[in-house]
Design a protein around this ligand. Structure first.
Ligand code: DC
Length: 337
C-alpha cells in the first residue's frame, strides 16, 4: 500500500467552503499523481475540531469520489496547530516504486515548508486599528512568525528618551544611531524586543514612548536601519509584518497586503481600555487627540509615510470584532493562496 498525503484549509466553516476545498484537494491529488479509480483503496480524512458544518467524507462523496470507502475523524485540538484544516490520507494500490506527489494547499502549505515558498503578509494601518491583534491571531493560525515593526520603532523611541535625546532632532538622532542596538527574539513564538541587551517588550508600551516612536520613526536614517532588519527577517521565513509602510516600502512585492483602519474615536477607545486595564491613568480626550496627532505625523512625514499601498485590501474594523476582522482577512488570503 502507498499513501498519498494532502491537506488544505478553509477560511470560514461553511458547507460550501468545505465542499469546494475537498473537491480542489482531491482533484489536485488525482491530477498530480495521474490516479484512476482502480488505484484507490480508501480515503481517510481528518479535520481540526473547529470545523463543524459539513463532513469532508460526505463532501468527497458528493464530488464524485464514491468508488472507495470514505472515512473522517476529528483531530484533538493541539496548541499552536494549524486551524480549520482538513487532512487527507489516500490509501492506494500503487507500486512502492512509484514516486507520489503529496499535495498541500492554501494555509496547509505551511505544514510542509519544503513544498511551499515563503509567505509574507503585510498588515499596515494607524494606531489602534486592531492590526497587531489580527496579526497575532493570523500568525498563530498559519503557524508563521509575527513581526511587530512598531515595537522596533518604539525601542528606538525609548532609547532616545533614556539618553535624553530629542526624538525630533535629526542631528541628535543620527548621532545616537551607531549606539542603537535593537533586536527581536522569539520565545515560544512570541516576539521580545531587546534594547541594549534588555528585554523592553513591556517598557515600550508606555504612552510616552508612543509619541517618541512616532517622532523618531520620521528620520530617514532610522527607517533605513530598521527596514533592512525587517526585510532580512521576512526573506528568511514566512511571516506577517504589521506596521505603517510594509506594503508600500518594506515588502512592496508581498503577496498579501492589507490596510487595517478604523474611526479615530473607536481606536482611541481601544487604546484607552488597554491602558486602563494595565493600570495606567489616562484621559480619554487627551488620548484621542494624541492618536489623531500621531496619525497626522505618521502619514505626513517625508520618508515612508503611513499609507495604503495601491494593491492593499482595506479592512475597516470600526464595526467589527476581532474574530470578524480575522475572518475577513483570512477570507481574502484563502482566495489568493
Ligand atoms: O504600531 P505602533 O503604534 O506600535 O507604532 C509606533 C510608532 O512607530 C508609530 O507611531 C509609527 C512608527 N512606525 C513606523 O513608522 N513604521 C512602522 N512600520 C511601524 C511603526
Amino acid at each position: 500500500m502507498v499513501v498519498i498525503r494532502g491537506a488544505t484549509t478553509i477560511g470560514v466553516d461553511t458547507p460550501e467552503e468545505i465542499k469546494t476545498a475537498v473537491g480542489e484537494l482531491l482533484r489536485e491529488v488525482f491530477d498530480k499523481n495521474a490516479l484512476t479509480k482502480e488505484d484507490v483503496s480508501a480515503f481517510v480524512f481528518s479535520l481540526t475540531d473547529d470545523i463543524h458544518s459539513f463532513h469532508p467524507a460526505k463532501a468527497a462523496r458528493e464530488c464524485g469520489y464514491d468508488f472507495a470507502p470514505l472515512f473522517a475523524c476529528i483531530e484533538p485540538n493541539i496548541e499552536g496547530g494549524l486551524k480549520k484544516c482538513i487532512r487527507l490520507m489516500l490509501l492506494t494500490e500503487l507500486s512502492r516504486e512509484k514516486v507520489v506527489k503529496h499535495v498541500y494547499q492554501k494555509g496547509a502549505k505551511n505544514l510542509r515548508k519544503d513544498l511551499s515558498g515563503i509567505m509574507n503578509i503585510a498588515l499596515d494601518g494607524p494606531a489602534g486599528s486592531g492590526k497587531s491583534t489580527v496579526a497575532k491571531i493570523l500568525a498563530k493560525d498559519y503557524n508563521i512568525l509575527h513581526l511587530d515593526t512598531g515595537a522596533m520603532y518604539r525601542a528606538c523611541g525609548l532609547k532616545a528618551l533614556r539618553e535624553g535625546v530629542d526624538p525630533q532632532d535629526t542631528a541628535a538622532v543620527e548621532k545616537l544611531l551607531p549606539k542603537l542596538n535593537v533586536k527581536v527574539e522569539y520565545i515560544d513564538g512570541k516576539q521580545h524586543t531587546i534594547l541594549d541587551g534588555e528585554d523592553v517588550s513591556t517598557a515600550i508600551r508606555q504612552n510616552e514612548v508612543s509619541m517618541a516612536a512616532s517622532h523618531i520613526s520620521a528620520h530617514r536614517a532610522v527607517r533605513e536601519k530598521l527596514v533592512e532588519m525587517q526585510r532580512e527577517i521576512a526573506s528568511e521565513m514566512s511571516c506577517i509584518l504589521d506596521g505603517r509602510d510594509i506594503g508600500s516600502v518594506v515588502l512592496p512585492n508581498a503577496k498579501f497586503k492589507f490596510y487595517v483602519t478604523a474611526d479615530s474615536k473607536v481606536r482611541a477607545e481601544r487604546r484607552y481600555k488597554e491602558l486602563i486595564e494595565r493600570g495606567e491613568t489616562v484621559d480619554f480626550n487627551e488620548l484621542h487627540a494624541e492618536i489623531v496627532k500621531r496619525d497626522e505625523q505618521d502619514s505626513t512625514r517625508e520618508f515612508s509615510p503611513l499609507c495604503k499601498a495601491a494593491d492593499a485590501i482595506e479592512i475597516d474594523t470600526s464595526n467589527l470584532g476581532i474574530e470578524e476582522s480575522v475572518a475577513l482577512v483570512k477570507s481574502f488570503i484563502q482566495e489568493k493562496i
